[in-house]
Structures are given as C-alpha cells and as structure tokens.
Ligand binder design. Structure first.
Ligand SMILES: *[C@@H]1O[C@H](CO)[C@@H](O)[C@H](O)[C@H]1NC(C)=O
Ligand SMILES: *[C@@H]1O[C@H](CO)[C@@H](O)[C@H](O)[C@H]1NC(C)=O
Length: 469
C-alpha cells in the first residue's frame, strides 16, 4: 500500500532519503518460533498475551494453525505461516491447489498480519526427495498470493538447513553450496527471491556445530568474549560463530554469480537479496530435560541455562543494534529464536525438547529481553518518538510515508481509525514515528526521520496507543 510512495522516496527523494539511510543499517527484528509439539502448552490467546507482555513483534508458525492465526489478529504482531513439506508436491504441480491453500491459510485471516509464507522446512535436509519440487511450489504460492493482491505484502521463503553448504561452519570464505543443489536449485531460487523482494532464510545453529564438533570453542559458539578466529580467505576476524555461519551463506550466494539488480557494498557488487537475511531458526537449549541424561555426552556441558542465556541475549542485542557481519557490514539481519516454549513431545535428544524461552506455564526459563533498553531516565526507562512540526508539512508527509511503509502500524490513523483524531499531519506523524521507534528497539536512529523526529521521556498527551507505553 505505502510501497509506491516508499520507492518514490528512495529513488526520487534525493537528499531526504540520504539522511534516512546515512550511517548505520536499519535495526533488525527479533521474533520467536511458536512450535506446538507439546501436550501442556497454553491456548493461543494466552500465548498472544505472553508475546505482547514481552514486546515480541514477530512469530513463526510451522503450519497455519487456525487458533493461532485467529488469536494473532489485530495485535500488530507479524506472522509467518508455513506450508508443510508434505504439501509441496501438490503445491508444485497444481496451481489450483496453491490458490486454495492461500485462500484458506492466508486470505481467510484478513485481520492477521501475515508477512511470509514458508514453503517447506529444511527440504534438502528433511525431505531431499522433494528438492526439485521446492522452487515450483514456491512459484505457485507466489503466483497465488499475487492473484490475491498479496504479492508484495507476503513474502515467499523456504527455511534451509546449513548443510546445504559443503563446509557449514568455518572459515566463511569457503562457503559454497553443495554441487547437487547449487546450480539446479539455489541459483534459480536466489533469482526468484530477488525478483519477489524476498530474503534469504537459513537456519543458523552454532549450538549444533559445537555439539557435534569437538574443535569448536564454546565461547565462540555461545557469543561470549573470545580471541576471535581469522578467516584466511578474507583477512577478517570473527568473534562469534553466528556471524561466521551467516557469512558462509553470503559467500555461497556470491559464488552463484550475479543477475538482476545489484547494490554496491564495500567495493564488491552484490545482489540486493544477498544482504537480506531472515534467520527462521536460531537458538540454544536451556536445559537437559526431564531425565537430565543426554544421549550425547557433550551435551552435559553445552545444554545449559547459562549458555542459552548468553547466546540468545547477545544474539538479540546484535540483531536489534542493526549490525551486519564482518564480510557484509550493511547486511539487514532479522532472527526468529527457536523456540517460544519447551515442547515435551519433540522427538530426538533431550536437548530438542528444551530450546524454549518459556516453560509451558509462561515463566521464563531464564531472563532475556526482546527490546533494547531505551535511552530514558534509568536503563530501560520508557521513551517515545514525536514529530517535529517545525520541519514543515512536505517533509513530515514524506517521513510519515516512510514510517508507514517500513513496518509502523498505521492502521489507527486511517480515516475512521481509532487514532485518526486529532486529524493533523503532525499528530499522525507522531503516531507513526513512535510506532516505528518502539518496534525498532527504541534506538536513537529509529527516531531520526531525517531530523523530523525527536525522542522524549515524558508520555505525550496525544498518545493513547498501547505500543506507546
Ligand atoms: C513454571 O514451571 C517451571 C518448570 O516446571 C517451574 O520451575 C516454575 O516454578 C513454574 N512457575 C510457576 C509460576 O508456576
Ligand atoms: C532485562 O531488562 C531488565 C530491566 O531493564 C534488567 O533488569 C535485566 O537485567 C535484563 N536482562 C538481561 C539478560 O539483559
């Protein structure tokens, strides 16, 4: 809806857009994976309350659970739904199946902010026999979304396990896709993602690299201080395995060559999509589970609350800061933490059932914050972003369009919306700026808007929005 305006701003806006994008990259966003493989999990409405309580703004479902999608309606929470691997053959071979799937799993929930459809899950790893049906299924779902007028609003992705690379961990510069998928699947898939304005989606698990490889330094794996590791291919030093894994993917994509649009980063020519990474799963287990005995001996030292807290806290902090990676400093990285709950019915080792941030009763397994402490009085104190009327209507309107086109929920300030009054440009801009600012971890840059916004530490009287508090 606001996209054409945004593009105008980017390509015609000249000086104004430069002031928005100078300096640091936009902050990434943090979500959670809402797995439901437990017989003791709370009902979806209670889960949504929990998400809101903790300021969680994105969630991923492994299917398109009706109860979950209904409970997430009108919450401002972005939702990723999934078409399970079992449905890929139908989606690949039948356009009418794809249309029906989109009707009943996306269009049926107009109040729910579904922003992506994951077609399959780790297909190369979990269902390799579907490898060559994956991209046709993604294309059919995309076409069905486009037919429903949702081709831009809902991105089609597919979560990929890191064993799609020949050498999944280190050094990143040797990152390269396996021969069986590189040219037949990954190259055309990257073209597709680029053409549709989607992003790369790779599951990134330093924990498993550590679990299965005795050479991996636990401090490097769990985001703790360490001396760093040198990539001889680029001369870059890495201080955590997450960055190294993400860069291995960026290197692998780069080796597929260029086609379509390019951007320039660090003197290299890159596809635009090669800087957009939305990690569908990352995390670490916070405990060994009911029995306390792991089937893999190394688990005894690695599956711990301390490791999980260090990993997830520092990962969230990194993503919210907007920092890229050593090889791709401008990369735009968002992450879904696996997982929302400990899921007692998950198969596999005990650690599999203990990746949760929360116990089923809603208590946090360990302390983790999903929003960056703001610059308010005292750490984490409340703050708001307001529009500066002095810049004039023209600049305010451009900045307002930018905020609404980049994640701010502007439904309240549409005619008839619950925050439409007072109907002034400056009031509407304040509403949109503040929503954008709260969603971006209250970073100072996210209230800049080319000089149109200012951070304040007292609640402005016109704000009654729940996201303002
Ligand atoms: C929630 O469950 C956990 C794990 O069983 C337990 O340690 C904790 O005390 C429970 N919290 C509440 C409020 O019941
Ligand atoms: C989370 O935020 C609270 C309040 O700002 C703070 O007390 C706590 O230490 C933070 N936890 C972590 C893990 O940073």
């Amino acid at each position: 809806m606001a996209l054409p305006k945004l593009l105008l701003l980017l390509f015609v806006g000249g000086a104004l857009s430069l002031t928005f994008f100078s300096g640091s990259a936009e902050a990434g966003e943090v979500g959670v994976c809402y797995g439901m493989m437990g017989d003791n999990l709370p009902q979806p409405p209670a889960v949504v309350q929990l998400l809101k309580q903790h300021g969680i703004t994105m969630v991923r479902l492994y299917d398109a659970d009706a109860g979950g999608l209904r409970a997430l309606a009108n919450t401002g929470i972005k939702v990723g739904v999934s078409l399970p691997n079992d449905n890929i053959p139908d989606a690949a071979s039948s356009m009418s199946y794809a249309v029906r799937w989109v009707q009943s799993n996306v269009q049926a929930y107009p109040g729910t902010w579904i922003d992506s459809v994951a077609v399959g899950n780790e297909v190369f790893h979990q269902a390799p026999w579907l490898t060559h049906q994956l991209l046709p299924a993604m294309k059919n779902i995309q076409a069905a979304l486009a037919g429903a007028g949702l081709g831009d609003a809902v991105k089609v992705v597919t979560p990929i396990a890191l064993d799609a690379l020949k050498v999944p961990s280190f050094p990143p510069s040797v990152g390269e896709f396996r021969d069986d998928i590189a040219w037949s699947v990954m190259r055309p898939m990257v073209d597709f993602l680029e053409q549709t304005g989607s992003y790369l989606t790779f599951n990134i698990y330093p924990y498993f690299a550590y679990k299965y490889d005795s050479h991996v330094d636990p401090d490097f794996a769990f985001f703790r201080p360490n001396n760093g590791q040198h990539d001889p291919g680029t001369g870059l030093t890495y201080f955590n395995l997450f960055d190294a894994m993400v860069d291995a993917v960026f290197h692998a994509v780069e080796k597929l060559g260029n086609s379509g649009e390019h951007t320039h980063g660090n003197g290299r020519t890159r596809r635009r999509v090669a800087s957009l990474m939305r990690v569908p799963e990352s995390g670490a287990p916070g405990g060994k589970g009911k029995t306390g005995v792991a089937s893999n001996s190394k688990l005894d030292g690695s599956a711990s609350t301390e490791n999980a807290q260090a990993y997830n806290s520092n990962l969230i902090r990194k993503v919210l800061s907007g920092a890229g990676t050593p090889y791709n400093p401008d990369a735009d990285i968002s992450v879904y933490i696996f997982s929302l709950f400990n899921e007692n019915l998950k198969p596999g080792d005990d650690d599999e059932r203990n990746f949760g941030l929360f116990y089923p009763n809603g208590t946090q397994v360990y302390d983790v914050n999903f929003t960056r402490p703001g610059p308010g009085p005292g750490p984490g104190g409340p703050s708001w972003c307001v529009a500066n009327a002095a810049v004039g209507d023209r600049r305010l309107q451009d900045a307002l369009d930018y905020a609404c086109g980049n994640g701010a929920d502007c439904s309240g300030i549409q005619a008839g919306g619950w925050c439409f009054e007072p109907n002034t440009r400056v009031a509407h801009a304040s509403y949109a700026f503040n929503d954008y600012y709260q969603r971006n971890g209250r970073s100072v840059q996210s209230c800049d808007f080319g000089g149109c916004g200012s951070v304040v530490y007292q609640q402005p009287s016109e704000f009654t929005s729940p996201s303002a508090s």
